[in-house]
Design a protein around this ligand. Structure first.
Ligand code: ADP
Length: 310
């Protein structure tokens, strides 16, 4: 049984007010001249939306050796939190998302959503990749409808949600276009609308904006932050871009390289909306980067070693 598979259906559609009014984005605050970053505090048990407990994962490599990709991960993600995970290439970020989506099973440890063990993929947790994965032969509207069809929603409900979520990503006028007629950023927004339309509780985003140009990425940061505030979803966002993590996250989790462990966590207390170019965002990102640098070096050394062996 998929954990919490029906929760998405219980979320009211087309809310008159932001679903999470307490978290609607405030006007930009003033800088106090310090990087707004504090070590994470432990929060009380039972408050987690997603809870990974002592999760490890070993892969078998091509040579038959074992690779400890994730090592005893303990992580609690709060309801409605925007959590960013950063770390060097190969530290296990994608693997972690796959485990939460239940596309893979951990070697040991447990994963819970709303206190229910996750055992299979479910529409309560949707994964969005860098490759948007739209169907080229379907229109934008039909792409958005696709997941809802799979979920067995009625025609009228699908129509209503398609209209609502296309409006949310500012693509209403492109409902009948095909994906190839859109820019990369617009396609990624369609993918976002498609994922949101099934009303998942948790959005798992794996470097979704990495292939976009800087300007488009900036716009999508703004859109995603607004949509997150309006819908109250819990977001777990993987990136290797520390500034992006600080721009978006309530909290930034830094992972170490081989084995993938949680090295440090930071609570980002900068006011929203934030912007990549802001001094405070840059300063905060630099603090995270100082910690990340060692891990990036280890990752590069491992890459060179692998190349030399090959
Ligand atoms: P990241 O997303 O941080 O770049 P991944 O989660 O993709 O890292 O991978 C973590 C580690 O596990 C890497 O060393 C990668 O080479 C290894 N790995 C990932 N998938 C497999 C697999 N299917 N088989 C063997 N090793 C894998």
């Amino acid at each position: 049984m998929t954990a919490n598979a029906n929760v998405a259906n219980s979320v009211p559609l087309l809310p008159a007010e932001p679903r999470n009014a307490s978290r609607s984005i405030p006007a930009r605050g003033r800088s106090n001249g310090h990087a707004a970053i504090v070590p994470i505090r432990n929060f009380e048990s039972g408050a987690a939306k997603v809870w990974l407990q002592d999760v490890s994962l070993r892969y078998k490599t091509e040579t038959g050796a074992e690779l400890l990709a994730l090592d005893r991960i303990d992580l609690k993600v709060r309801q409605g939190e925007f959590l960013c995970i950063v770390g060097p290439s190969g530290c296990g970020k994608s693997t972690l998302l796959h485990l939460i989506a239940a596309l893979q099973k951990p070697t040991s440890g447990s994963i819970r959503v709303d206190d229910e063990y996750v055992t299979a993929p479910g529409t309560d947790r949707i994964l969005i990749f860098q490759e948007h994965g739209l169907f080229p032969w379907l229109t934008v509207g039909e792409n958005v409808e696709f997941g809802m069809k799979m979920k067995g929603l009625s025609r009228s409900e699908r129509d209503e949600r398609t209209r609502y979520y296309l409006r949310l990503v500012h693509l209403s006028q492109f409902k009948d276009s095909r994906p190839h007629q859109l820019s990369g950023g617009m396609r990624q927004r369609v993918a976002l609308a498609r994922a949101l339309a099934t009303e998942p509780d948790v959005l798992l985003m794996d470097e979704p904006f990495a292939a976009l140009d800087a300007q488009t990425r900036d716009l999508l940061h703004d859109e995603l932050e607004r949509i997150w505030a309006e819908t109250g979803r819990t977001i777990i966002f993987v990136t290797h871009n520390v500034r992006e993590a600080v721009r978006l996250g309530d909290r930034v989790v830094l992972m170490s390289f081989r084995p993938g462990r949680i090295k440090r966590e930071f609570e980002v207390q900068l006011p929203r909306p934030r912007h990549l170019e802001e001094v405070d965002v840059a300063r905060t990102a630099r603090e995270v980067l100082d910690d990340l640098r060692d891990e990036i070096n280890k990752s590069l050394e491992a890459e060179y070693a692998d190349e030399n062996r090959g």
